[in-house]
Write a protein of this length. Structure first.
Length: 598
């Protein structure tokens, strides 16, 4: 009986290992291989395999060096059987075998080399598996790309294309670098095959690019840049933050690989081993190590390369993903790339005017923002604290679920302002939900005028939905706009008291009691006591009624130390209230000279 294979550490002269797959006339014969060290700079005569591991069931034997055995997954076994030659040895680089997956030091040495491994190989073999429907879809797409005996219309081809990209391989994060670095890539499914470039050709001509098809389209742009050297015309997302954003839905088993799998492709980033000295001109340096938790990697990526990032970009990416479990509490302002995108941006985010001084406290990994005080410049202010919150807007909700949520929100609002006219409260709700859309539509028609609520298409429907308690809405666009703004968010009611004493040097201004409630929207993990920080409050006229509105740069903070201006960053927000004529208008709250985000 063969003994379990024991890896030896790579010699200093070796880059990696290569699997020498021995030939066999028997299609299902036992897989026998040799594992050899090579230096990829002097020995590029190998092919690289790209595939999915599938379920972590290592049940299939692979004989190594005649006397030893290693167990692999069924999908890798199928791939090796498909590519095994009958007459000659086939030299393959296979990550599950050529990297000792049980040795973090071996992974640390080889992961930074993977871009070179795939770039230098003679070709990349993509194994999509033995799917029952995949081969027919692949044959159809291939025939369409070549215009040979093609009878199907574009709708059928679109279905085949979408069916093909639903195969598990297309959802892997590592596939990107495995196919965009080499000009010779071929995809295989069962006995069918198609050149990568032909697949890209069909995707490029597709009438509906969404989901994983949009990922493939992005990969084409990156391939053009890396293989053809055409940067200006490719429109490729080449910065690390861009890659992490547009390819965020691609998965991986190890959360650290969310960074490592894409960093080697970025134009501003390079990977290195611990202790390695490099003169690479790219700015962002990432040291590969599987000995540290993913949270530390994400924090170190930003803090060790802080000068390479715009903090506004970082906060934007944090806004889209944060859910309250952010980085296990390490840094509220740094993106947690494990979290999915759960919301879209509102209308401005962090747009800090006045050129604040921004710095990093390296010891605490805190972001320090010092506002430059100018004459007649109010700076940033804490406007108030959250008093009550609704439930989170339902994700992927049906119209009935959205209706139920609107009824809940309406009940919360009228219980807060029992004496207010209901029409006025509906104006406030409509404005807070659909403000971005009204800006876009109304500004197209008349520049430099305030927007009027009754010009908003769907407003009458929205009013009837609430006042007449309709069970459904005929205007699907209304729900689409509402989901665009509110997914990943909740509604809150604002107390006029910020709930904190002014810190040393901050100016305190009394806020008048609200005659009508201040209504806001913010991330779904906001909670009572969170503070609204805003640049300004302006009066806008909607449906002939003046409303006090926070400016675009408005966000929620959560205090960590009373009176010390140290906060957790909660996310982008928006607040408004009806302007009253009795002088109780919104005034400045606690004016801040600095903010520290922990």
């Amino acid at each position: 009986m063969p003994l379990p294979y024991q890896y030896s550490k790579l010699s200093p002269a070796a880059s990696t290992r290569i699997l020498e797959l021995q030939p066999s006339y028997e299609q299902e014969g036992l897989l026998q291989c040799n594992l050899r060290e090579i230096n990829i700079e002097s020995d590029p005569f190998y092919e690289a395999l790209s595939y999915t591991w599938g379920k972590p069931e290592f049940t299939e034997p692979l004989i190594l060096d005649g006397d030893f055995v290693i167990h692999i997954t069924p999908n890798l076994r199928d791939a090796l059987l498909r590519f095994r030659s009958k007459l000659s040895v086939r030299r393959l680089w296979v990550d599950a075998i050529c990297i000792n997956q049980q040795d973090d030091d071996d992974k640390t040495k080889q992961i930074p080399l993977m871009t070179e491994i795939y770039k230098r190989c003679s070709g990349v073999l993509v194994w999509l598996g033995n799917d029952s429907h995949g081969p027919s879809s692949m044959e159809s797409v291939n025939a369409y790309s070549r215009q040979i005996d093609h009878q199907d219309d574009e709708r059928v081809i679109q279905d085949d294309l979408e069916s093909l990209v639903r195969l598990p391989w297309f959802g892997r994060r590592w596939i990107v670098q495995e196919v965009v670095l080499n000009p010779n890539v071929t995809l295989f499914c069962g006995e069918s095959q198609i050149p990568w470039l032909r697949l890209l050709q069909v995707v490029r001509n597709s009438q509906n690019i969404s989901g994983l098809l949009s990922v493939v389209k992005t990969m084409e742009s990156i391939w053009i840049y890396h293989c053809l050297g055409i940067e200006a015309s490719s429109q490729a997302p080449l910065r690390l933050l861009d890659l992490l954003s547009v390819l965020s839905e691609l998965g991986c088993v190890d959360a650290r690989d969310r960074i490592y799998a894409l960093a080697g492709l970025a134009s501003d980033t390079f990977l290195t081993q611990p202790g390695e000295v490099s003169r690479d001109p790219r700015e962002i340096k990432i040291v590969v190590s599987y000995n540290h938790p993913a949270e530390n990697l994400y924090v170190d990526l930003i803090t060790m390369n802080f000068r390479c990032f715009d903090y506004r970009d970082l906060l934007k990416h944090t806004d889209l993903r944060s859910d309250g479990s952010h980085l296990g509490g390490l840094c509220s302002w740094i993106p947690d790339w494990r979290l999915p995108v759960v919301r879209q941006t509102l209308s401005g985010g962090w747009n800090l005017e006045g050129s604040p001084k921004v710095s990093l406290d390296a010891e605490s990994s805190a972001l320090q923002i010092h506002f430059r005080q100018k004459q007649n410049d109010s700076g940033y202010m804490l406007l108030g604290s959250i008093e009550k919150t609704s439930s989170a807007f339902p994700l992927n909700a049906s119209q009935n679920a959205i209706m139920d949520w609107i009824k809940e929100v309406w009940g919360l609002v009228i219980s807060w302002a029992t004496m207010a006219r209901r029409e006025l409260l509906i104006h406030q709700l409509g404005m807070i939900f659909f403000q971005d859309h009204m800006k876009d539509e109304w500004s197209k028609a008349i520049a430099n005028y305030d927007w009027q609520m009754y010009y908003f298409k769907g407003y009458a429907e929205f009013t009837k939905m609430i006042l007449e308690e309709l069970e459904y809405s005929q205007d699907e666009g209304l729900f689409t706009l509402l989901k665009r703004t509110m997914e990943g968010r909740q509604l809150f009611l604002l107390s006029p008291k910020p709930g904190r004493p002014a810190s040393s040097g901050d100016e305190s201004v009394t806020i008048s009691t609200f005659a009508l409630p201040a209504i806001g929207i913010g991330p779904s993990h906001a909670r009572p006591g969170d503070l609204v920080c805003t640049r300004e409050v302006t009066t806008k006229t909607w449906a002939d009624l003046p409303h006090d509105c926070t400016g675009d740069s408005t966000f929620l903070l959560r205090e960590t130390e009373v009176g010390q201006d140290k906060f957790l960053y909660i996310g982008e927000a928006r607040v408004n209230r009806r302007h009253t004529s009795d002088g109780t208008h919104w005034k400045t709250g606690y004016r801040l000279h600095s903010i520290t985000l922990c």
